[in-house]
Write a protein that binds this ligand. Structure first.
Ligand code: PLP
Length: 452
């Protein structure tokens, strides 16, 4: 860092402050983790200086012998740890992985001359008009995925994401009564819509998914079954999700990020059956410019780590911690959606405490706990203020926390949330503000003492 400080002291200072921040507060953000030093060092080095457009042994630049070796090994390690037939390790992030997967599915399953025309273009460069023309030429293919408010991700067809330009988007929700996926209902929807892609996976759903059942639904309507396991890839690699709950044997295409429960560098990955390999191999330059060789090297390291017995132990402890923390929150009087969790995250409803998710998030941050607000199913508060919190235990599990710490954290979270009140809205003081709040001074003092 000294070298960095000589050139850009402000940046070096911010990195040090971030270290302080991540050490001082307890991190319960479900999509974050702490990757190992082995991963960090594989990522922060001279490999960043290399251009490697194309695929291993088929590059547009000379001198890629070492990058070829790194990328081939990363793909091999990914296939080994997940038991997949094919891996593309180039996506820079989860959104890239999804874009590439969508395109590869269109290119493989839809016969349309338009694909030839656009197959050579970087998809990020298409104008709105070109997207419209392309979608029509592709026969307005349909995507059916989990609704954003039920825990689906923006890249699953949210109107501001490019996926909504590629497809006519339809969604299924969780049940209003139970908060759970209702497979009979999903099947009914799939039969009505007959999508090209049936998509499973989530950013905020606290339960397991029965992938065997989802594949049966996909087969009934002739859809490609795609799974976005961005959040729970670590639980798949760590053999927590096995049998019907492991997506790999059932999905045609599986996408993921590599930095959440999987604990690798910030990046993406696509796994698939052989059927989609040829189209996925065209990912660069279709959805990307040059791949990032340093990040691919770090992915190889992370995949190898994920194949170890220690990783399996960590993955099982994530879920034990998540269940213990959810139980502690309920003991503290909080409402946990679906009454608990099967994975690394759970959702808390804060609306019945008279505050918004945004107020709850800020109050906890002030008291030493970092997590994020989240929309709840059918949320009347919208995606900005929200009515809920998403709480995840991957990062604290990496730090070695266990049952005792989860009980204490649950008690602190409950204490802070119950000691937080909205202040009056500045425009209309007869109403509570949706953003401004006050944490009782004694509550804050006690919380900070206990977090420290
Ligand atoms: N898919 C899911 C289910 C996610 O939760 C996320 C990110 O939170 C993504 C995709 C996108 O990942 P990235 O932020 O790396 O693009």
């Amino acid at each position: 860092l000294q070298e960095t400080a000589q050139v850009a002291p402000e940046i070096a200072a911010s990195i040090v402050k971030e270290l302080e921040n991540q050490r001082k507060r307890v991190k319960l953000i479900a999509s974050e983790n702490y990757c190992s030093m082995a991963v960090q060092l594989a990522m922060g080095n001279l490999l960043t200086d290399k251009y490697a457009e194309g695929m291993p042994n088929h590059r547009f630049y000379a001198g890629n012998e070492n990058v070829d070796a790194i990328e081939s090994l990363a793909a091999e390690e990914a296939c080994k740890v997940f038991g997949a037939e094919y891996a593309n390790v180039q996506p820079h992030c989860g959104a890239d992985a999804n874009l590439l997967a969508y395109w590869a599915i269109l290119a493989t399953r839809v016969e349309a001359p338009a694909l030839e025309k656009y197959g050579e273009t970087n998809l990020y460069k298409l104008t709105d008009e070109q997207w419209k023309e392309l979608k029509t030429a592709l026969g307005n293919q349909k995507l059916l995925g989990l609704d954003y408010y039920s825990g689906g991700h923006l890249t699953h067809g949210y109107r501001y994401n490019v996926s909504a330009r590629m497809f006519d988007v339809y969604s299924y929700t969780v049940s209003k009564e139970t908060g759970l996926l209702d497979y009979d209902n999903i099947e009914k929807k799939a039969l009505e819509i007959r999508p090209l892609i049936l998509l499973a996976g989530y950013s905020a759903y606290p339960r397991k998914i029965n992938f065997r059942r989802m594949r049966e639904i996909a087969d009934k309507v002739g859809a490609v079954f795609m799974v976005d396991m961005a959040h729970f890839a670590g639980l798949v690699a760590g053999k927590v999700f096995t049998g019907d709950y492991n997506p790999i044997p059932f999905a045609h295409v599986v996408t993921t990020t590599t930095h959440k429960t999987l604990r690798g560098p910030r990046a993406g990955l696509v796994l698939s059956t052989k059927e989609f390999a040829e189209a996925l191999d065209k990912g660069c330059p279709l959805t990307m410019g040059g791949p990032l060789p340093h990040v691919i090297a770090a992915k190889a390291v992370a995949f190898r780590e994920a194949g170890s017995p220690a990783f399996q132990d960590y993955a099982h402890r994530i879920v034990e911690n998540s269940q213990a923390l959810a139980a502690a929150c309920m003991k503290g009087g909080l409402e946990v959606l679906t009454g608990g969790t099967d994975n690394h995250l759970f959702l808390v409803n804060v609306r019945n405490l008279g505050i918004t998710g945004r107020q709850a998030e800020s109050a906890l941050h002030e008291c030493g706990i970092t997590l994020n607000r989240n929309s709840l199913p059918f949320d009347p508060n919208g995606p900005w203020y929200t009515s809920g919190l998403r709480i995840g235990t991957a990062a604290v599990t990496t730090l070695g926390m266990g049952n005792k710490e989860m009980e204490e954290l649950g008690a602190i979270i409950s204490l802070v949330l119950k000691g937080t009140k909205p202040t009056p809205d500045t425009k209309d003081p007869s109403k509570p503000s949706k953003a401004k709040y006050e944490v009782q001074a004694d509550v804050k003092m006690e919380a900070l003492k206990r977090v420290a």
